[in-house]
Write a protein that binds this ligand. Structure first.
Ligand SMILES: *Cc1c(COP(=O)(O)O)cnc(C)c1O
Length: 388
């Protein structure tokens, strides 16, 4: 991923910064196209994983739609050229303003997460003289086998409507005459690396679908969300997730009704591997148990390790000396501001460059201004696109 010429270029740049390999992104999108879109599936890119405009433009060209979780994400998607007919809008806490943004653009689907939200949406749609297309987000109570902060499909999670509440839904729906029920939606979690949870989800979809049919509701689409994981341990061995295996689970285990569309919402699996956080070693400090490599990037640039105990591979870009063991840490006054503990890396010195890998999803977009840190810059493999 990092040829010598590129590393020479990095040396001239002020660190830290995000670097995006647009060629890898394009190859990843091609796999989604071949195994998903070309099979007739509708794939929405989850904008929250990375709302960077340069990436969005490339993603748009692949024929994907988008999944948004805020009004500003809807606006950005429209500005970047996505058609509102390809925009799904999810979120447990949509504000009235955000709902109005969706109504104004006449988006493909409001993925509603509570009975009260349906009532509010109906009222706002009535005021605007519109009918909103609605998909009901259901909580399938499926174990996603991922970190508990990023599992979303269990009864104890705040997301979606539980299946037990469906009779209530069916009783209020007829009164909500500014809503058009078009589908059902699920999203069970993130960084899911086994296929088993998706098999379980397929079973639940069938059960739920029958409950809707029994009430006379024909569903135009089924949306099974996203959450497919990436290989954080060995990004170079698996730069593109196995989309064939992923889509196949649904192809083989879901019984779609006539003319029914199947929708997906993929975030991390699309953009995760194409981004790296490039940082310089500020100081080497020899501790009693370990050596600390103190970087100029920290949790303010990439919060995943501090937030979900996430593991990112750290590669040395400029040292090829014999290995030593390090705790690779950031400069922020929080002990959780640690990228890796006890990792073997070629001996590092002040000024050496490292790449924190697989940082394309939930990296740059979760960066913060804590400590009044400067906003993180980004560069692209096509350097002409970079904002220098
Ligand atoms: C975050 C999110 C996604 C994307 O999740 P990934 O793990 O990045 O694929 C899809 N759908 C919804 C509703 C989400 O909130």
């Amino acid at each position: 991923m990092f040829e010598p010429g590129l590393i020479e270029k990095f040396k001239e740049l002020k660190t830290p910064f995000y670097y995006y390999d647009l060629e890898l992104l394009k190859r990843t999108l091609q796999e989604v196209k071949v195994h998903g879109i070309d099979k007739g599936f509708h794939v929405h890119y989850a904008v929250k994983a990375n709302f960077n405009v340069e990436l969005l433009k490339i993603i748009r060209q692949s024929g994907m739609g988008v999944d948004c979780v805020s009004g500003p994400e809807i606006e950005r998607a429209v500005e970047t050229g996505f058609s509102p007919s390809q925009i799904a809008f999810a979120g447990v806490g949509k504000t009235d303003d955000e709902i109005r943004t969706g109504l104004k653009h006449n988006i493909f689907s409001f993925n509603c997460e509570s009975l009260q939200e349906l009532e509010v949406l109906n009222g706002l749609a009535e005021k605007e003289g519109r009918t909103a297309s609605v998909s009901i987000r259901l909580n399938p109570n499926v174990e996603a086998k991922t970190h508990r902060y990023i599992t979303t499909g269990l009864n104890e999670n705040k997301f979606g409507i539980t299946i037990e509440k469906l009779p209530m839904l069916f009783s209020i729906l007829p009164e909500l005459d500014h809503l058009k029920l078009t589908g059902i939606h699920f999203h069970i979690g993130s960084q899911i690396t086994e296929l088993k949870p998706y098999y379980d989800l397929c079973e639940k979809v069938e059960i739920v679908q029958r409950l809707f049919e029994k009430e006379g509701h024909k569903l135009q689409h089924i949306n099974v969300g996203g959450g497919y994981g990436i290989n954080y341990l060995e990004p170079d061995a698996e730069p593109i997730p196995d989309f064939k295996a992923f889509f196949q689970v649904f192809e083989e285990n879901l019984t779609l009704r006539k003319n029914q569309q199947l929708h997906f919402e993929l975030g991390r699996s699309v953009v995760g591997q194409c981004g790296s956080l490039i940082s310089r070693v500020l100081y080497i400090k020899e501790g009693l148990e370990t050596n600390f490599a103190v970087l100029d990037a920290g949790m303010t640039e990439l919060i995943r390790p501090a937030l979900y105990q996430a593991m990112h591979r750290v590669d040395s870009l400029t040292s090829n000396m014999s290995p030593k063991m390090y705790d690779v840490v950031g400069p922020i006054c929080e002990s959780s501001d640690t990228f890796r503990q006890g990792v073997w890396l070629p001996e590092l010195r002040r000024g050496d460059l490292v790449a924190i890998r697989s940082a394309g999803a939930y990296g740059e977009v979760m960066s913060s201004g804590f400590n009044l840190r400067e906003r993180i810059r980004s560069y692209y493999s096509d350097f002409a696109k970079s904002t220098l």
